[in-house]
Write a protein that binds this ligand. Structure first.
Ligand SMILES: [Zn+2]
Length: 601
């Protein structure tokens, strides 16, 4: 009782003395409407009342958290105006690519109006047409500089014939189609689907889940509810609590959809409209659900320091996306294994694929995982023809580092602990107790504390270095072994990827260190013939080269920018591996115990 009184007193004192007090009275209300949905426009009005400043800057974010690329959402804004009392126009000028400066002329209430063109289909961009509106908030709602912590309401006037709104935002009681955000971080984390989509609900882990299905499809609501529930329960069990009361899945079903974006209490998923009855495609979808749902803890709450509170004006750099994305990618398939959707061998086959992807990518030897994370903004999200040679995915390699760390911890603790315990302890310490993001050193310290041993080797060689992961060192703990069918074989390899385009076979990629790289074949070269035999497809190139031996010389006739030339190339050996993971049937009892813990057997 005393505590409460003391805190209230301190709070009042803070409110009186804080400079924020000047803004505390400002109310922000958005009115969203669609006068021309068929032309892909959203009409936005932002009403600011209780203003005390003469000048204010209004800004549109440049990126959407979770998707690490500057997307310049202001590029879609038009018709910006600011209006004071009596409908009088106020002076405003654009002072940067995403900032409008408004002279309030002492008006306490200002209405800012603008329109946003919404025609980019993805989980992190807005799309509006005659059938529906998907609002990705960082590209729709502007904020007033310095008022990011202010609450806001959003009133939506759906276009004619639209009757549903699905969003993680809290509805305002008694006000139809009106929602509340306690601050702009929450507003920016709450996408909105408006239209005539199908909806259904289920409860899992004590949380009410709503699913908004846009675009139709051959999904079975009962089956989806049951299967997603299993994933929700299993993930909640890892962290020991589910912080939401309500969670919304917004699913966009397209002819060929995919991808997802995580939010605090919702997610947006892309799916294949008629993929729900195909077992492989259905499990891919469940894997996507498991991934985005896992994020509600890992990255939305348990997060690296740089990822919140966000700077919506610039890149937010972190060396830890291998944890936030990579570990989430590790857990998405692992959850499907633990809940029985994948058999142990099916799961090992998925890991084998990941290992092949990483090990057969030359950039794995060039770019450390921590650097791949830091440079996501300019590299992962902006790939070019040389990306394979110079970068590694913090998703795929991050997942493999998650796997080896998991196995190392299980083995070091004789099955008492696992990576689950590291994530839960980090969540408890930094999200719940300290209410802040973690540093690189803090994550490592916690992982080592749970493991009871140093993880220097993993960090120095596989996270901050570019050594090849010694998989069997870790998989061996569980009596699982990686083999390479091509090991010791010297197979000739040209090292190009190509595509047939307009009757021409065009090189689209040259692999570092191979024949093509050493002897100077270029991306965009047209390959016409090898040793005077015409080739018209990648398969023909491969067949021609397979008949040769490493060290043989071949003459490759190409056209480079219209100039014919012959390149003499000396065939090098194929550096790629063809991998396989197998569980040893004669594993020791210790290995079997670790395998059981790892794969939930
Ligand atoms: Zn993710």
């Amino acid at each position: 009782m005393k505590k409460t009184v003391l805190y209230s007193f301190l709070y009042i004192l803070f409110m009186i003395t804080s400079s924020e007090d000047l803004q505390a009275e400002t109310k922000i209300a958005f009115n969203v409407s669609f006068s021309e949905p068929q032309a892909h426009y959203t009409d936005v009005e932002m009403v600011l009342s209780g203003l005390t400043k003469d000048v204010m800057d209004v800004k549109m974010p440049v990126w959407a958290p979770g998707s690490y690329l500057i997307r310049e959402f202001a590029k879609n804004v038009e018709g910006f105006s600011a209006i004071g009392a009596n409908n009088k126009s106020l002076l405003s000028e654009k002072i940067s690519k995403n900032t409008w400066r408004i002279n309030t002329a002492k008006n306490q209430t200002v209405r800012v109006k603008y329109r946003v063109y919404c025609f980019e289909i993805s989980v992190r961009t807005s799309f509006v047409d005659a059938a529906h509106a998907f609002l990705s908030p960082t590209g729709i709602f502007m904020y007033v500089d310095g008022m990011i912590k202010q609450p806001a309401t959003v009133s939506i006037e759906p276009a004619k014939g639209w009757d549903k709104i699905s969003t993680g935002l809290e509805p305002v009681k008694g006000k139809q189609n009106t929602f509340f955000a306690p601050d702009f971080d929450v507003l920016y984390d709450s996408p909105i689907e408006i239209g005539n989509h199908d909806t259904f609900e289920f409860t899992a882990a004590g949380v009410k889940h709503e699913v908004a299905m846009y675009g139709g499809g051959n999904y079975n609501k009962q089956r989806l509810s049951a299967d997603i529930s299993k994933i929700v329960e299993a993930e909640t069990a890892i962290f020991g609590e589910n912080p939401n009361k309500r969670y919304v899945f917004i699913v966009h079903n397209y002819q060929n959809g995919g991808g997802g974006l995580e939010h605090l209490n919702s997610t947006v998923l892309g799916a294949r409209r008629f993929g729900y009855t195909d077992e492989g495609s259905y499990k891919d979808f469940l894997g996507l659900v498991a991934h985005e749902y896992f994020h509600l803890w890992n990255v939305k709450r348990l997060r690296p320091k740089a990822l919140g509170p966000f700077d919506y004006d610039n890149e937010n750099y972190t060396t830890n996306l291998w944890i936030s994305e990579g570990f989430t990618a590790y857990y998405d398939n692992l959850m499907l294994r633990r809940t029985g959707f994948y058999s142990p061998q099916q799961y090992l086959d998925i890991l084998t694929n990941d290992i092949g992807t990483v090990e057969n990518q030359p950039g794995n030897k060039v770019q450390p995982l921590s650097e791949a994370s830091f440079d996501a903004w300019i590299k992962y999200y902006r790939p070019n023809e040389n990306s394979r040679n110079s970068t590694v995915s913090y998703y795929t390699k991050g997942a493999l580092v998650g796997m080896i760390m998991d196995l190392e911890i299980i083995a070091a603790t004789q099955g008492a602990k696992s990576l689950d315990d590291v994530l839960k302890a980090m969540y408890d310490e930094y999200f719940k107790k300290q209410r802040r993001g973690f540093t690189d050193a803090e994550f490592k310290a916690m992982a080592e504390k749970i493991a009871g041993k140093s993880l220097d080797k993993i960090y120095n060689e596989y996270i901050n270095g570019t050594e090849s992961i010694n998989y069997n060192n870790y998989l061996g703990h569980a009596g699982v072994y990686l083999s390479n069918e091509l090991s010791g074989k010297s197979l000739p390899y040209l090292g190009v990827a190509s595509v047939a385009r307009d009757g021409k076979l065009i090189i689209t990629g040259v692999v570092r260190g191979t024949t093509a790289w050493v002897d100077g074949l270029n991306v965009n070269d047209e390959i016409i013939a090898i040793d005077n035999f015409r080739v018209g497809s990648q398969a023909e190139i491969d067949r021609t080269i397979n008949g040769k031996r490493v060290g043989d010389k071949v003459n490759i006739l190409i056209s480079r920018d219209g100039i014919l030339q012959t390149i003499e190339a000396k065939l090098t050996a194929n550096p790629n591996g063809r991998y396989r993971l197998e569980a040893d049937p004669n594993a020791t009892p210790e290995q079997l115990a670790i395998r059981k813990k790892w794969l939930n057997l």
